[in-house]
Design a protein around this ligand. Structure first.
Ligand code: B1M
Length: 208
């Protein structure tokens, strides 16, 4: 049975089993992979993102929704590849050098995946050189950096400088608790967002 509305609702509730079941049923029922993605998974994650922005959903609920989406995505991904569906854009993301905090960064990565972006997650303690190397080799349109310590914020500036010196055409977005729009402007990043849901909006704007 094809129930994309039910699939979106399963994502919102964070019901991974139901989300996987409905994804499989939709594919078996002949629904196109892109439609399952847009009207099921992305539709659900959009609701989660909006609710999170309005403080109607909190981090644990978002993480559970993202886990459901990840489970369904594992089923859908081979179908998307078969159908030749292109991601919205490619994002390289990581927590900057010296910084081991990854909860917020992971949340951003999951929301971005939920919005149809291809995400290359470099993990934590990522050097400026590594960011440059990965953005170059992957051809990503977006670079996302996270920092949670005031002492590691300068690593962001270093990475922005390295990317610019390498002459790579990539939009840079940054975030993390101590980071501000002023700081983004100061170091020459293209955008800042204060939370994972608005990071998706920002990414969409930057690649539009
Ligand atoms: Co750390 N820690 N910590 N810590 N830690 C903080 C950040 C701190 C504020 C605690 C405090 O003192 N009150 C403080 C920093 C002070 C400062 O610099 N101003 C601090 C410190 C000092 C330290 C150590 C130095 C402690 C020590 O060893 N003496 C040490 C540093 C280790 C290192 O990184 N080198 C350390 C270690 C750790 C743990 C390992 C124990 C653990 C991290 C576990 C992990 O991440 N796997 C930890 C934790 C959990 C925290 C707190 C408690 C929570 C951070 C968190 O995950 N928040 C934190 C205190 C606090 O914030 N209350 C603290 C939840 C998360 C969802 O929010 O990451 O802000 P956040 O992400 C948000 C937004 O910021 C935004 O979206 C997310 C979701 O909405 N966002 C982006 C984040 N990245 C983005 C990127 C974007 C866009 C938006 O675009 C790319």
């Amino acid at each position: 049975m094809t129930d994309l509305k039910g699939l979106a609702e399963a994502i919102i509730r964070g019901d991974m089993n139901k989300a996987c079941e409905l994804t499989t049923a939709a594919i078996d029922g002949g629904v196109g992979a892109k439609q399952v993605l847009d009207d099921g998974l992305v539709a659900g994650m959009n609701v989660v993102g909006e609710a999170f922005k309005k403080n109607e959903m909190y981090i644990p609920e978002v993480l559970i929704a993202a886990r459901a989406m990840k489970g369904a995505m594992a089923i859908l991904e081979p179908e998307l590849i078969k159908a030749g569906v292109e991601p919205v854009a490619k994002l390289v993301i990581g927590t900057v050098a010296g910084d081991l905090h990854d909860i917020g960064k992971n949340l951003v990565a999951m929301m971005m995946k939920g919005a149809g972006f291809e995400v290359i997650d470099l993990g934590v303690d990522v050097s400026a050189e590594k960011f440059v190397e990965e953005v170059k080799s992957s051809g990503a349109q977006l670079l996302g950096m996270s920092a949670l310590l005031t002492t590691t914020m300068p690593s962001m500036e270093k990475a922005v400088k390295a990317v610019k010196e390498a002459g790579i055409d990539v939009k840079i977005m940054i975030g993390g608790a101590p980071v501000t729009q002023n700081y983004a402007d100061k170091i020459g990043a293209d955008g800042y967002s204060s939370n994972a849901a608005s990071a998706v909006d920002l990414a969409r704007e930057l690649v539009a």
